[in-house]
Design a protein around this ligand. Structure first.
Ligand code: GLY
Length: 370
């Protein structure tokens, strides 16, 4: 990137962060202590179904990012408050999403303050997630059932690696490694595409078949799952230095890049013929954040450059008026054209909380690199 392009990017990112701060200030003052998942017609407050409770860390996570950028004590106080609201979830055994809840919030809090009590909350959550491990089959079970493994769990297993590292617990580390290798074997295909879900025989651990909930069909490639894999395998490699995990992250990244239009935003599923919606912007936001991480992790300079440039292409697209909602009157979210669950018709062509969080997180990483 030349100096002028970098300056244009920085200005765009700054505008987006200021717009995000206005939107989030409105959300938390108009609807105090409310944790939305997705908008309906651009509005956060509604009674539509959640399907599962996995998003309560993203709001606090964004507040921590805004505090770091502004150093404004109001954001810090709100970030602490929204983190405290979810502390009890550190023992939640009903979801596989404790990484999504605690890494953007309590881990961010610990990183900023060095307070050991905050770190302990993250460690406790990581240990709780480890309790989902199924020794037969060697995987962390999804929230759906004991026989189910989700690609999404790759984005949560990082908190187990972290807890194992902090406590020097070798058996907890082995759980995380085993889950990653099982996912690599059964959910990542030879061409680098991924399956959303796998089903196993709980008595024997035998792998039975690939399935999906949020993708188009069982043998297809759900875009957001792909991005959980890119980012999750990169994180797993950072903790282990196991070359198989980095190779998997790169294979998943290369599939995303090969199959996505040049603007960098995929549909909900690459295999869906004539997709009803052209864009799934939250997948693009996660991909941008994951690819920036991958670009800092790979050893070959040409590959690092390739992934970093592609992440900036995605962010340039998301900063434009088609996606950034700053010119869309009455829209309460930050990023338009996200999709939660197309089959269930939940949050289709809306703003989604994780899309907002990973967009801000990617901008934050990109600004540090720029
Ligand atoms: N359940 C996680 C996701 O929708 O990506």
């Amino acid at each position: 990137m030349n100096v002028q392009t970098i300056e244009t990017f920085k200005q765009g990112a700054q505008t987006a962060l200021e717009f995000s701060a206005r939107q989030l200030r409105k959300l938390i003052t108009q609807h105090p202590d409310y944790f939305p998942l997705y908008t309906v017609k651009g509005k956060w407050k509604h009674d539509s179904e959640a399907w599962t409770n996995w998003c309560e860390g993203f709001l606090g996570g964004m507040l921590w990012i805004l505090y770091r950028h502004t150093k404004d004590a109001w954001w810090q106080e709100r970030a602490e408050h929204y983190s405290q609201l979810i502390e009890h979830r550190k023992t939640d055994r009903n979801v596989h999403d404790l990484g999504f809840l605690f890494m953007p919030t309590w881990k961010a809090w610990y990183d900023l303050t060095g307070l050991e009590a905050k770190n302990q909350v993250v460690i406790d959550a990581g240990k709780t997630l480890g309790l989902r491990f199924q020794p037969k089959g060697r995987y962390l079970r999804s929230f759906v059932s004991q026989d189910s493994i989700f690609i999404d769990i790759m984005m949560n297993v990082g908190i187990i690696f972290y807890a194992a590292q902090q406590t020097k617990d070798a058996s907890l580390l082995q759980i995380a490694v085993d889950h990653c290798l099982t996912t690599r074997r059964f959910l990542v295909r030879g061409d680098g595409s991924t399956s959303h879900e796998g089903l196993l025989n709980v008595e024997t651990g035998e792998f039975l078949r690939q399935t999906t909930h949020q993708g188009w069909r069982n043998d297809s490639s759900w875009a957001r799952g792909q991005t959980w894999a890119i980012y999750g395998f990169t994180t797993a490699y950072q903790f282990t230095q196991d070359a198989r995990l980095l190779e998997t992250a790169q294979r998943c990244a290369d599939f995303y890049i090969e199959r996505t239009p040049p603007h960098g935003v995929p549909p909900n599923d690459w295999e869906e013929p004539n997709p009803s919606q052209p864009y799934e912007s939250s997948a693009a936001a996660v991909a941008a954040a994951g690819l920036l991480e991958l670009s800092q992790t790979v050893t070959e300079p040409s590959k690092a450059d390739f992934y970093r440039k592609y992440a900036f292409v995605i962010l340039d697209t998301l900063l434009g008026p088609e996606f950034l909602a700053n010119e869309t009157s009455g829209w309460e979210g930050i990023l338009k054209h996200g999709i939660y669950h197309e089959r269930k018709k939940l949050g289709v062509d809306e703003s989604v909380m994780w899309g907002e969080y990973f967009f801000l997180s990617a901008l934050d990483k990109a600004l540090r690199l720029a």
